[in-house]
Design a protein around this ligand. Structure first.
Ligand code: NAD
Length: 496
């Protein structure tokens, strides 16, 4: 029997085994087979990584680079990602079972984050304040916030890491990354490129393993200044509480239950495709899934008929096959959770219009984690299936009559990550976009993102913004410097 590939942690530019020698298994969701072993990092490993990251930040070679030099390294990393996109995408698919088409598109797009933020690195300027005091020169500096703990989920490991890594490096921060325990390998492969780009050792580190072990140690460490977290709302809220103990800054990109609203003046074919891409692309395993489809009364029957027909034709299969449209669910707990929600929806009285259970057949290979693309009609917004994040290929359709009712339903939820609006009326588009409480609104499109445009959640979907110039500011802090030009020190007993 051949030994499985073994992946070690990446600390201080070295590939290091975990301090207690333990590894965990990583499984390919399409074959249901263990394909590699990954270091189960301990709190001790995490602490070591923070110490080296802190040393680089404060006294190391990294701390002495100017912003243009930092930007050039970030740009170089973008070039290397571009050259290696196919390989990185294949590692992603082996770990998370999402479509190669989707992961390759993401990996091909990743360099843009590094070009954009690499270019921004030396354009962050402080200002001279026209201060209201005599003989004082006052100016601001925007300094790196410090060591960043970047904690990522399994659904789009490298894309969600790029949202953090590129701006943090451009800002001059150092990082310790903790990828999801289900998808560690693409992040480790990326470290080969970090090394090749020429980053000093210790600037970017990866500790693999579990949230409660390596992850928690990072969140608790007093030398970590900021936690950049993407994951579930429950874990995010817990991480936020833990981080508060040492007053860390946090950006939290959490769950969603996004409304995708189809008005009666929408171009039906476009809206059908938008609804499909909102939920079945990525097997529904995306935080921005348009999992609540709100359809206006006048077109409800016609729209739902066409949607179900289209969804029925979705091809399940091997995610590595570029003809596949729906792949397996990534993890066994996620698979169980999706099936439980399907049962909850049935027991709440929702009508199964498509699917409604586990999928099996030759197209599913040896995978035990395929779920049928599922559509529920007759859903009311108060049902659990409409209120809770399923994170799977399960769509709930809700009927509405007026624009006001659509907005009310859209906002009647704890989350606020994104929303879709399908209409040909510009008035309606603007009015509804303003009224929906979510961080991203798409009109006549769905799932568009860019390195340039801020992304983040309202309400329980998160805190702070990633991407764009706002995304860079999350890794900077402002210092105000006061210089006296007075000939002598004025009365020391009076505040100036
Ligand atoms: P998760 O919360 O279980 O895990 C996310 C990461 O946090 C993992 O690396 C995990 O090990 C780590 N973690 C868990 N508990 C921790 C702790 N106590 N301390 C430190 N680290 C801890 O989420 P998941 O199942 O990997 O991902 C799915 C969730 O992510 C969904 O809810 C989805 O909506 C959300 N998500 C959000 C966005 C967004 O941008 N808003 C994007 C993708 C996914």
């Amino acid at each position: 029997m051949t030994a499985l590939p073994k992946f070690n942690a990446y600390i201080n530019g070295q590939w290091v085994p975990p301090s207690d020698g333990r590894y965990f298994e990583t499984v390919n969701p399409y074959t249901s087979k263990v394909w590699a072993e990954v270091a189960r990092c301990t709190p001790e490993d995490a602490n070591r990584a923070v110490e080296v990251a802190h040393a680089q930040l404060t006294t190391g070679e990294w701390s002495k680079l100017n912003a243009t030099q930092r930007g050039a390294l970030v740009h170089k990393l973008g070039d290397l990602i571009k050259e290696n996109a196919q390989e990185l995408a294949e590692y992603e698919v082996r770990d998370n079972g999402k479509l190669l088409n989707e992961m390759l598109a993401q990996c091909n797009y990743l360099p843009q984050w590094f070009y954009y933020y690499g270019g921004l690195a030396d354009k962050i300027e402080g200002s001279v304040i026209p201060i209201d005091k005599a003989e004082i020169f006052n100016f601001t500096r925007h300094e790196p916030i410090g060591v960043v703990a970047a904690i990522t989920p399994w659904n789009s490991p490298l894309l969600l890491l790029a949202f953090k890594l590129a701006p943090a490096l451009a800002a001059g921060c150092t990082l310790v990354i903790k990828p999801s325990e289900f998808t560690s390998t693409s992040t480790l492969k990326l470290m080969e490129l970090v090394e090749k780009a020429g980053f000093p050792p210790g600037v970017v580190n990866v500790v693999t393993g579990f949230g409660a072990e390596a992850g928690a140690a990072l969140v608790e460490h007093p030398k970590v200044a900021k936690v950049a977290f993407t994951g579930g709302t429950e874990s995010g809220a817990y991480v936020y509480q833990q981080a508060a103990k040492t007053l860390k800054r946090c950006t939290l990109e959490l769950g969603g239950k996004s409304p995708n609203i189809v008005f009666d003046d929408a171009v039906i074919d476009d809206a059908v495709k938008g609804a499909i891409s909102g939920i079945f692309a990525a097997t529904g395993q995306t935080c921005i899934a348009g999992s609540r489809l709100l359809v206006q009364d006048g077109i409800y029957d016609e729209f739902v008929k066409r949607l179900v027909e289209f969804a029925r034709s979705a091809r399940m299969g091997d995610p590595m096959d570029t003809n596949t449209q729906v792949g397996p669910v990534t993890t066994p707990p996620q698979y169980q959770k999706i099936l439980q929600y399907i049962e909850v929806a049935k027991s709440e009285g929702a009508e199964v219009l498509l699917g409604g259970g586990p999928a099996s057949g030759p197209e599913c290979g040896d995978s035990q984690w395929f779920v049928q693309p599922t559509i529920f009609g007759g859903v009311h917004n108060k049902m659990r299936i409409a209120q809770e994040e399923v994170f799977g290929p399960v769509l709930s359709i809700i009927r509405f009559k007026t624009d006001e009712e659509a907005v009310e339903i859209a906002n009647d939820i704890a989350f606020g990550l994104a929303a879709g609006v399908w209409t040909q009326s510009i008035k309606r588009a603007l009015k509804v976009s303003a009224a929906i409480r979510a961080g991203t609104i798409w009109v006549n499109t769905y799932r568009a993102i860019s390195y340039m445009s801020p992304f983040g959640g309202y309400k329980m979907s998160g805190l702070g913004r990633e991407n764009g110039i706002e995304g860079m500011k999350e890794y900077l802090q402002t210092k105000s410097v006061w210089i006296s030009t007075a000939a002598d020190v004025p009365n020391p007993f009076v505040m100036r």
